[in-house]
Write a protein that binds this ligand. Sequence first.
Ligand SMILES: Cc1cc2nc3c(=O)[nH]c(=O)nc-3n(C[C@H](O)[C@H](O)[C@H](O)COP(=O)(O)OP(=O)(O)OC[C@H]3O[C@@H](n4cnc5c(N)ncnc54)[C@H](O)[C@@H]3O)c2cc1C
Length: 392
Amino acid sequence: MELTLSKDDRKFFEEVAAFLAAELDPSLSHKVKMGYPLEQTETREWTSKLNARGWAAPGWPVSMGGTGWTMTRRHLFDAAMRKANAPEVQGFGFGMLGPALIKYGTAAQQQRHLPAILNADISWCQGYSEPQAGSDLANLRTRAVSDGDDYLITGSKIWTSAAEHADWIFALVRTDTTARPQAGISFLLIDMRSPGVTVEPLIAFNGKRLWNQVFFDNVRVPKSNRLGQENEGWQIAKNLLGNERLLVSRVGENKRLLEKILYITRKELSTGVPADKDLERRLSLLEIRLQMLDATALRLLSHFDEGGAVGAEPSMLKLKGSRLVQDMDRLMFEAIGYYGLPLDSVSRGGRPVREDYMDMVVSGLFHHRGYTIAGGTTEVQYNIIAKAVLGL
Ligand SMILES: Cc1cc2nc3c(=O)[nH]c(=O)nc-3n(C[C@H](O)[C@H](O)[C@H](O)COP(=O)(O)OP(=O)(O)OC[C@H]3O[C@@H](n4cnc5c(N)ncnc54)[C@H](O)[C@@H]3O)c2cc1C
């Protein structure tokens, strides 16, 4: 594989840079850079701009409104967007449900939902985990009982990110209690405004509403909202991410974080905070790790683009990428020293001490701990690697 950028790639970067210069409002990118929460309207507006340019859904085929790009080009695009502090489009619709609808949806389901995702007219959340079913997802118990042309849903989903804003949820439900666990699951699209759906907040230890618990009490859902065949939801859930599972390296996110570290450490040093003697060495190590991760991700993606098979590499990239985020966070946290301590008052409506970025640093440190768990825990990734690579 070629590690230097081709002429085409360089031209592409210029196009992306011109688009960002014309369309990305500096006040919006400043909010993203500082980790301030964005209004839903801001994310929607940005998604519409991307959609107008044809870039909202890099992972979808052109016939469905996507770009048809290779994985390598998508990786480059993501890094350029994040480096410029552009807002992110909603992953649940674009990265998860969209590819599943394209692969398993009926024409009616595709026509109804894909344009709405592309234009950010509706937002989605993911209803997989339950109080007794996380890593062991096949143990899920939310029941869907057949009632004529509908299902009646009863049960609850937990750790549901963004459910407080979501218009729809895609959920795994049990349609057969007698089959072996994986064989009795179906995949449903549920309107969050249906009678019987309630959403309760779950507050993380940075004081923010990171998740929700969603309750279903005899919620009526038309069978036409089922994706794929009854009892075949497990297969869909497993394939849901499709190629998306290759884009787990968090290279773009880490590049953005590195920029933040440089900005913050320079600013802190300029205020007379004594420099940690080890700072330069630690910064260099993080940067080296990032470059290695980037090269490894590009190697894997171009191997895949050339038709190569992929095994446990995504698990390795997930481990390396999320750990790097956490180590970047730690260095930033140390750079702001004890000014991060009053965060607790910020989460209760107070103001950050001294600089606005104090809240972003501490919140990031806490929030990104969740990367060890979200998308498959570290131990589960180790299991996959042990099985696929070591044959254990
Ligand atoms: C930031 C964040 C966002 C999330 N968003 C969503 C969402 O939007 N929708 C959704 O459905 N879920 C979401 N989740 C939930 C996430 O998918 C689950 O937390 C995850 O699957 C782990 O399940 P659990 O929390 O029940 O932990 P458990 O599965 O109970 O695991 C507990 C501990 O046991 C370990 N363990 C479990 N099984 C094994 C094993 N076989 N071998 C070795 N160790 C094992 C785990 O590694 C972990 O350390 C989110 C989680 C986080 C952190």
